[in-house]
Write a protein that binds this ligand. Structure first.
Ligand SMILES: C[S@@+](CC[C@H](N)C(=O)[O-])C[C@H]1O[C@@H](n2cnc3c(N)ncnc32)[C@H](O)[C@@H]1O
Length: 243
């Protein structure tokens, strides 16, 4: 079950819409995300570090849309508060199967409970840290406020919500600059023009980015405070907010 090089979009495809987190994607996922999301490999360990600061004793940590468990594993290794557990949730069966193997092999001191579940159905309780690492962007826009409200309601006072997202920009010139810089990043990672174009099409109706202002409004509407951007590389950003 070793990780494979991502060449899923290298051959010309008749239909390029409808990206799915299926078996094929799971096989190449670590390579795909590292070569597609600038900063991903920095964001993951920093989530571990932030979780170490904000995890409270005898509380829960949630990783919603955990994929192969990268953020959960980073938190499991970093968190020191006693009596914590990590609930890692994903609605892709292929991801969850592989995530469980990763967790068995590489988990740290904090136990990780991996669940096959739609995060909209996840009951958030007694949470000191909640992570949505490049996941909220895949929900329908209408469902995002309800999820964040649910998360905020289940958080402890002083708890932290970390949200990483691909974002978009109100200013057209900035949008086109940021897109060009992201595509340069992908070229530098060895992706061809065809791969970049086909992947872009496949994600078009699946990954729907929002502006930073929209994210901050939603966090504030849910009653969370001090929303801050702690990371950005091109159109990829990570935010933290507190209850
Ligand atoms: C880009 S990946 C997230 C990466 C991961 N958080 C990490 O740190 O490596 C998005 C993940 O969200 C999951 N996902 C999308 N919608 C979901 C939902 N409604 N409930 C649970 N998981 C979902 C997908 O199956 C996929 O594994």
């Amino acid at each position: 079950m070793s990780d494979e090089h991502d060449n899923l979009f290298a051959e010309s495809r008749a239909v390029t819409s409808g990206f799915r987190f299926d078996e094929q994607v799971v096989k190449v996922f670590p390579d795909m995300i590292a070569r597609s999301v600038p900063g991903y490999e920095l964001v993951v360990p920093m989530i571990g570090m932030l979780a170490r600061r904000y995890a409270q004793p005898d509380s829960r940590i949630y990783d919603l849309g955990c994929s192969l468990g990268a953020a959960s594993l980073a938190m499991s290794l970093a968190v020191r508060a006693g009596g914590t557990e990590i609930i890692a949730v994903d609605n892709s069966e292929a991801m969850v199967t592989r995530c469980k193997c990763n967790v068995d092999k590489n988990g740290g001191a904090v136990p990780i409970d991996v669940r096959l579940e739609n995060m909209l159905d996840t009951r958030i309780e007694n949470a000191s840290v909640v992570v949505l690492n490049f996941t909220l962007q895949f929900l329908d826009r209408e469902q995002r406020q309800a999820l964040i409200d649910q998360v905020a309601a289940g958080m402890r006072t002083g708890g932290a919500l970390i949200i990483s997202e691909k974002i978009c920009f109100e200013d057209d010139q900035e949008q086109s600059d940021q897109t060009a810089w992201h595509h340069d990043f992908k070229r530098a990672q060895g992706y061809s023009e065809l791969e970049i174009a086909q992947k872009r099409n496949a994600l078009e109706d699946v990954l729907r980015p929002e502006t930073e202002v929209s994210h901050f409004k939603r966090l504030q509407q849910a009653g969370l405070t001090r929303p801050r951007r702690w990371f950005q590389c091109f159109s990829f950003a990570s935010y933290i907010a507190f209850k």
